[in-house]
Structure formats: C-alpha cells, structure tokens
Design a protein around this ligand. Structure first.
Ligand code: NAD
Length: 376
C-alpha cells in the first residue's frame, strides 16, 4: 500500500502527519510513502528531509483501492470527491460534527479510520492522538496564562519584599488538565483542580495538585470518560465552584465530554467576584466553551470591580507547538498504520478492537455503533 501525506488546508493549521522518522518506520513496514510538497513546512520538515527518509514528494492523492490518506483536520465533502472507492483514510474525524461527510464516505465506499475514536486500551496508547495533542495543549495554555498575568507565578523572596505565588485553578483534569497542573506547579503556582470523574482525585494528587472535592456525585462514563451532567447538577456544580473561581488568580478550563458540546463551568455572573488582574484560559473555547465569556482565538478584557480579568479563548493551540505536535502525531499515525500492515499491505482485521473501535465506514456503510445509534 502507499500512504499519502497531505498538506493541511485549514488556515493556521501547521501540523503534519509524518516526519522523516515516521516515514522510515512506514517504509520499514513495507509501505510506500508520498508526501505533498511543502506538507511539513510549518513543522520544520523540508521536502528534502522526507525524500532522504525514502518518501516520494508528489502532490497526487490516493489512486486506487488500498491506498491510504493521512490527514490532521477532518476531511470535507469536497476532499472526498477526489478519492477513489476503496481508499483508506486515517486521521482525526470529529465524527459527531461531521456526520454528512461520513455518510458520503460510506456511499463512496471509503474505509474511514478515526484516530479520535481509538479505544483507550494500553495497545492504543502509542497511537492516541487525543492524548498526545492534549498534553501539549495543557502545557501551552499555562504559558498563555503566565504571559497575560501581570504578576510572577512562583513565590519570590527579595530584599524588597516577598511576592505571593499565583493561585491556579484547573477545571477538568484529563490529559490536558493534568499537564496544566504539572506545568503550573513547575512555574511555582499553588495549584488546585477539580474534575467530575471519580478517579480524578488520585490523578490530580499524583501530579502535585490539591483536589477540590465538591458535594456532587461523580459522573463516570465508559472508557475513562466523563458523562454530561443534567441541567440541575450542572447548575449545582457552578454554584459550588463559584467561591473557588473567586479565589483564583489563574483559571485553566479543559472540561470535555466526547460527542457533546463542552460543559459550561463558569458563567459571566460567576466571574463578577473575581480579582482584577486574574486570567482565565478556556481550552474548550472552540468546542462550545467552558467559560461563557470566552471567544476562540481572542483575548477579552472582562470588567470586574477595580479592573478587569483577561479571558483567553484558545484556538489552534497545537499549531503553536507545531514541531512537537507533528512529531507525536506522526508517530501516532505510523504506529496505527503499521499495526494494520501485513507484508506491505494495509489489511484491517475487524476482529481486532483497534480496528473495530476506530473504523467508522467500510464496504459502503457507516459501521460504528456509536455513530449508528445516534444517527440511525
Ligand atoms: P476529555 O478531553 O474527554 O475531557 C477532559 C476532562 O474534562 C476529563 O477529565 C473529564 O472528566 C472532564 N470533565 C467533563 N465534564 C466535566 C465537568 N462537568 N466538570 C469537570 N470536569 C469535567 O478527557 P481526556 O483528557 O481524554 O481523559 C479522559 C480519561 O481518559 C482520563 O481519565 C484519562 O486519564 C484517560 N485516558 C486513558 C488513556 C489510556 O490509554 N488508558 C489515554 C488517555 C486518557
């Protein structure tokens, strides 16, 4: 089989799904690799570097059944027009927001793999794009907060006096939140965190954070994910969080529920009691927002008594770390595809849960139960 690495089309998307190292890994598995000219330009990878690793530099797309297309951003309906029947696509699909494209992929007889649907089993960890990218996002959003904060993060004692440490509140302590806690600790912040999953308290403590236990029942779904709270519990959660929001200097929000808009954790009314000079970074701004006042890609001054709070809505944060994000993505992709490769051909084995868990369309139909149950 031949793997095609495309140049991403969305403005501001700097990541790419292959590096020279991942090309070597794909080649070692017997796969051919074609990389679109300039595909790695924003991630510091030249066409020459790909060619030296054994890739062909060409802008062509899959030409026949069994060819594989790698993509970072979800494919669009017009992307699919260019793909012959039997093409295997591998990438981030965001299926719940792209059902129309999936229907088209099925009727075009494409085999669609969504790496954002991989089961979270240990064998899938090296392929898990959500984790690899969330880790970078969690780190970077603390740096954004530190940059916008008019104070030091860590406690600092000088001859002229002592500067108090920043009090950091992290809401949502999954992969991104845990990395945010660890990063804020390293900068010297005093960090507390909250999550709705029952296993979260131990995870928060393991990275040095103080867990905030609210008088609210945990909401665990299968696969280590959280469940969406009903309206009354969500309201209760916001009431219970309000004093912690008011006490914080820095707030990082990362809460998400697969397939659902991000939960609203901080309303504008809750922010009225915050201290002037505080900073809120909403990592979920692009997917609905944990913070009512946030807007993706902007930094907004929010008026409070005696001044303002800065509200940063994150957008394209992975592209701010395009080199490392691409490095991890490329290995996630290569690890996934080589696991499906036998003697140089990609042959999905549907009895393998890696395949059945992440394959969304095959043989002319949408086949994943999580999609078919929602959109029969
Ligand atoms: P995610 O991106 O889906 O959500 C981020 C966090 O938001 C989660 O921790 C979730 O519990 C939390 N959240 C949702 N609703 C909330 C609310 N109303 N209030 C507060 N917090 C809320 O999650 P994720 O980062 O992908 O991680 C989910 C889980 O999967 C974690 O337990 C993580 O450790 C686990 N995980 C396991 C593997 C593996 O391979 N075994 C890999 C990655 C992650």
């Amino acid at each position: 089989s031949r793997v095609f690495v495309r140049a991403e089309k969305v403005a501001g998307e700097k990541r790419v799904t292959a590096t020279a190292d991942s090309v070597r890994k794909l080649k070692a598995a017997g796969l051919d690799v074609s990389v679109a000219p300039g595909a790695g330009r924003f991630a510091g990878i030249t066409d020459e570097a790909y060619a030296a690793a054994g890739a062909t530099i060409e802008s062509s797309l899959p030409r026949g059944a069994g060819d594989v297309l790698f993509h970072v951003r979800p494919l669009t309906a017009s992307d699919l027009d260019a793909l012959p029947s039997g093409t295997v696509t591998v990438g981030v699909v965001d299926p719940f927001n792209n059902v129309g494209v999936l229907q088209k992929a099925a009727s075009s007889r494409l085999t669609t793999f969504a790496l954002d649907f991989l089961p979270r089993i240990s064998r899938a960890q090296s392929m898990d794009v959500l984790s690899s990218q969330a880790l970078l996002a969690g780190y970077k959003c603390v740096l954004l907060a530190a940059d916008a904060f008019d104070r030091m993060f860590g406690m600092t004692m000088t001859a002229a006096g002592t500067l108090a440490p920043a009090r950091v509140l992290v809401l949502g302590a999954g992969v991104a939140g845990l990395q945010a806690i660890a990063t804020a600790k390293r900068l010297g912040g005093v960090v507390s965190a909250y999550d709705v999953r029952s296993s979260s308290a131990d995870e928060v403590r393991s990275v040095g954070g103080t867990f905030i236990a609210l008088d609210l029942e945990a909401a665990d779904a299968s696969g280590g994910y959280a469940k969406e709270l009903g309206a009354a519990r969500a309201q209760r959660q916001r009431e219970l969080l309000t004093p912690f929001v008011e006490a914080a200097d820095i707030i990082i929000t990362t809460a998400a529920v697969p397939g659902r808009p991000a939960p609203l954790l901080i309303t504008s009314a809750m922010m009225g009691g915050m201290k002037a000079g505080s900073v809120v970074v909403d990592l979920a701004a692009e997917t609905g927002g944990n913070v009512e006042a946030s807007m993706p890609g902007t930094s907004i001054p929010f008026p409070v008594a005696a001044g303002q709070v800065t509200v940063i809505g994150v957008r394209d944060i992975h592209s701010d770390l395009a080199i490392d994000a691409s490095k991890l993505l490329a290995m996630n992709f290569a690890n996934f595809v080589t696991a499906l490769t036998v003697e140089g051909e990609v042959v999905p084995d549907f009895s393998d849960e890696l395949v059945s868990g992440s394959c969304l369309t095959h043989d002319g139909a949408i086949i994943h139960p999580r999609i078919t149950e929602l959109f029969p």
